[in-house]
Write a protein that binds this ligand. Structure first.
Ligand code: AMP
Length: 226
């Protein structure tokens, strides 16, 4: 079994983070922690957090740093992520969250931050055709549909368009990405923790590129991360 790892995956909405994180979590046998999935689950369950989150999420706005990091800190304290690490998807989204994450993990560092690069014109096309399973979050699109109707191949759940994949919310999310999240690329580069990978092409090709980047880094660190 491959050693565990502590990874963050960055990229614009529609860059393929969810799909790639799922493949990487199988490859490295490490838990995929998606803040978006956790919040959508809270909305579905109607929890206090879910009620606070829904309106902001539908508009494509970010939730507060403290609220998000409290949720993430709870998840990273569980035994699976403590023992084998995690692949963090959707967090950090601001430099403040990156600072809070570093403090949370100290004295241990992240092993690598992977930035999946896809041109905006392409993510806009992908987001417009994206469909997701309401139960397990598996990703589909108008081009890559489930085998039977709009029923998830993985869990049988209903496959729908996300409520924040409207034209208005998409453009707001991309705007917020440029202002709040893109600065993280330089932030992590300056700390020597960043690997940038082209996110264009078939999902399997992108996974191979990411695995190569992770293995390169791992080899330079002496063969294993944890
Ligand atoms: P995602 O599925 O990662 O695109 O997240 C969906 C929505 O959840 C975002 O548009 C935000 O409203 C909220 N969200 C998820 N992660 C974060 C985060 N790290 N910081 C603030 N808001 C977040």
């Amino acid at each position: 079994m491959a050693a565990g790892a502590r990874l963050v995956v960055l990229g614009k909405q529609g860059a393929g983070k969810g799909t790639q994180c799922l493949s990487l979590s199988h490859h490295y046998v490490v838990t995929h922690v998606s803040t978006g999935d956790m919040l959508r689950e809270a909305v579905k369950q109607g929890t206090g957090l879910g009620k606070k989150a829904k309106e902001l999420m539908d508009r494509g706005e970010l939730l507060g740093d403290d609220l998000i990091m409290e949720m993430v800190s709870g998840r990273l304290a569980e035994s699976d992520t403590k023992d084998r690490g995690f692949i963090l998807d959707g967090c950090p989204r601001t430099v403040e969250q990156a600072r809070m994450l570093a403090d949370l993990l100290a004295p241990v560092d992240l092993d690598l931050v992977i930035d999946i690069e896809v041109p905006t014109s392409q993510v806009l096309r992908r987001l417009a055709s994206r469909r997701v399973c309401v139960d397990c979050g598996a990703n589909y699109s108008l081009q890559a549909r489930p085998l039977i109707g709009w029923t998830c191949d993985v869990c049988g759940g209903e496959v729908v368009q996300r409520e924040d994949d409207t034209e208005e919310a998409i453009s707001r999310r991309l705007e917020i990405y440029e202002i709040q999240t893109a600065p993280l690329i330089d932030w992590y580069r300056e700390r020597g923790q960043l690997a940038q990978v082209a996110g264009t092409g078939l999902p399997d090709t992108v996974t191979k590129r990411i695995v190569r980047a992770i293995e390169d880094r791992s080899n330079r660190k002496g063969g294993r991360f944890t």
